[in-house]
Design a binder for this molecule. Structure first.
Ligand code: UGA
Length: 452
């Protein structure tokens, strides 16, 4: 059953969701205030780097089931269901800045004023629990002059898309969470998922909002816990990846999100956890675990720089190669990437930084304009006194001693487990021993491994 859907906001969630629903047989119109972006999208050129997006965008555009506009009224008038996918940035104190979500609710309300028939509004943006009831519904009702529950339906439908895998995650969800104002709203939304192979969970609005935060908090906690265990493993000469392999075999835990290293970055985990911490505080509850999850995450970055400083006998005037800048591979996104803080610390400690990333250098230039950017790993490593690996890009797997031989001093520290120990002789990891080119006895005595 095909439906006419409008999507407000063409960030990675909005665009991938729109293209995804068009691919699943619906008519989709995307709206954004950014004219340049809309032009690009209508030419089937994705404004962001996302696997498979170009292919699918070309396909749905050619079929005539997907288009983009800057005209919100047109988008609303040509659809029966609207998904709000605008950004929800953070305020200074970590709380959520609801400016865009409130404005768009008002604009949708105004557009609904003269539209006939039942229309469902779906909040897909990640919003703290209570937002849809407090900051969306009143604006919709006031501007449209209509009642939610009568002419307007409202749902919360959180997304669980990973950047870089957004389309794959969209098409193969683990579950579909539908928070509904009333049964009628939920029934309409559930219809657009009829051809997805996933269980549907129906809840009230604020429960669905909380599910999104709790899921991200749980995943981030798994990472910080793995890092904490990893920091102890490092001192014991144990490889935390082997430990977590054994831990993840417990079906109650699952093997996913147990990769220790430089910690999590991106536009979701750091921001969402700060937002739920702030919400707890506003409600008079002092979060303990989540504060620690954030602190452990920040600390990983310093541990990496300390480790390097220690191995290079100080960082003053040393050339340090930073391999990988994106917050994760297959992305050009550097938001909250560990590399940002790591490079700041390296600069503060007097190092000269050279950097390389296959996708994210343009974005990192906006944060750190005064470091050297190189066109490949080898150029970045040339004459370096040390190297930090900060993103697990696939191409780093192919690096070998030949590439690292151009360094002045081969001090190589992995913040992400990616190097191939059979091709690189001398490296170590932040939470794992790595491979050090030493005799077995020397290796066991090496204080770098900690005591065991
Ligand atoms: C995350 C969630 O995984 C999605 O389910 C969610 O929809 C999304 O946030 C969101 O809220 O919109 P994303 O931020 O795109 O997705 O990226 P992840 O793949 O989850 O990685 C986040 C960070 O954690 C990366 O820096 C990654 O390197 C790090 N990470 C991930 C680890 O350090 N260890 C792991 O085991 C897994």
């Amino acid at each position: 059953m095909s439906m006419n859907i409008s999507i407000i906001g063409t960030g990675y969630v909005g665009l991938c969701t729109g293209v995804g629903f068009a691919k699943m047989g619906n008519n989709v119109i995307c709206m954004d205030v950014d004219e340049k972006k809309i032009k690009q999208i209508n030419k089937a050129e994705p404004p962001i780097y996302e696997k498979q997006l170009k292919k699918y965008l070309e396909n749905v555009t050619a079929k005539g089931v997907f288009r983009a506009t800057t005209d919100l009224t047109r988008a609303i008038t040509n659809s029966d269901l609207t998904m709000i996918c605008v950004g929800t940035p953070s305020n200074q104190d970590g709380s959520m800045d609801l400016r865009y979500i409130e404005q768009v609710s008002k604009d949708i309300g105004t557009a609904l004023k003269n539209k006939e028939g039942y229309h469902v509004i779906v909040v897909k943006s990640t919003v703290v629990p209570g937002t849809t009831e407090i900051n969306v519904i009143p604006h919709l009702e006031e501007k449209s002059g209509k009642g939610v529950g009568d002419d307007i339906g409202v749902c919360v439908n959180p997304e669980f898309l990973r950047e870089g895998n957004a389309l794959e995650d969209f098409l193969n969800p683990d579950r579909i969470v539908i928070g509904q104002y009333d049964k009628r709203s939920g029934d309409v939304l559930e219809k657009i998922y009829f051809n997805f192979n996933a269980p549907v969970l129906r809840t009230n609005l604020k429960t669905a909002e909380m599910i999104k935060y709790a899921a991200n908090a749980m995943l981030a906690t798994k990472i910080s816990l793995s890092n904490e265990i990893g920091n102890i493993c490092k001192r014991l000469g144990i490889d935390v990846y082997n430990v977590m392999k054994g831990v993840g075999m417990d079906s109650r835990i699952s093997p996913k999100f147990l990769r220790a290293g430089a910690g999590f970055g991106g536009s979701c985990f750091p921001k969402d956890i700060a937002a739920i911490v702030a919400k707890g505080k506003a409600l008079g509850y002092d979060t303990q675990i989540l504060n620690t999850v954030l602190n452990v995450n920040k600390k990983q970055r310093r541990i990496l720089v300390d480790m390097l400083e220690n191995r290079t006998d100080g960082l003053q005037n040393k050339k340090i190669a930073a391999l990988g800048l994106a917050f994760k591979p297959d992305s050009d996104d550097v938001r909250e990437a560990p590399a940002i803080d790591v490079i700041s610390m390296l600069k503060e400690r007097g190092a000269k930084v050279s950097a390389y990333d296959p996708q994210a250098m343009d974005n990192m230039r906006k944060m750190h304009g005064d470091i050297e950017y190189c066109s490949n790993s080898r150029e970045c490593l040339k004459d370096a006194d040390g190297c930090l690996i900060l993103t697990n890009w696939k191409e780093f797997k192919n690096l070998s001693d030949k590439d690292f031989d151009v360094m002045k001093n081969k001090v190589i520290i992995e913040g992400r487990k990616v190097l191939n120990p059979s091709s690189v002789k001398n490296f170590e990891g932040i939470c794992w021993p790595g491979r050090l080119a030493q005799s077995k006895t020397e290796y066991h005595k090496d204080p770098r491994r900690g005591v065991d």
